[in-house]
Design a protein. Structure first.
Length: 126
């Protein structure tokens, strides 16, 4: 049996290192997924609402059914507050070899419309 030469051992070691590095590259991954819940009310749509002019029926026709309705007593009688809530949940995953991570973020945007006697008195976005 012949003994491997230094060059032979070097080439064998280099091949093992390169094979290991190639395996590591295939073990690194990441990505994110976003999910939405609720209506997406754009700035231009919200700008169409004119306090003192826009009716309750118009708001329902354009924005759809609100997520939540509240009635509060105001100085001039009952005031309705309607809310449309939109949630964006993003899940990010990443892994490298045997270490993996997962994080989740949530962004909430709310549109409010205040109505008195069936007419909008204020509209805004949080």
């Amino acid at each position: 049996m012949t003994r491997p030469t230094r060059i032979g051992r070097f080439i064998t070691s280099l091949a093992v290192i390169l094979a290991g590095a190639g395996a590591l590259v295939g073990c690194i991954s990441s990505g994110s997924v976003s999910q939405y819940e609720g209506p997406n009310i754009g700035d231009r749509t919200l700008a169409q609402i004119e306090p003192g002019e826009t009716s309750k029926a118009w708001v329902l026709a354009v924005l759809g059914e609100p997520t939540e309705r509240s009635v509060v007593d105001g100085a001039d009688g009952a005031v309705e507050i309607w809310k449309w809530v939109r949630r964006k949940s993003t899940t990010t995953r990443g892994s490298a070899i045997v270490v993996s991570s997962k994080s989740r973020t949530e962004e909430v945007r709310t549109v409010y419309v205040e109505l008195t006697d069936g007419v909008v008195t204020r509209a805004w976005r949080d």
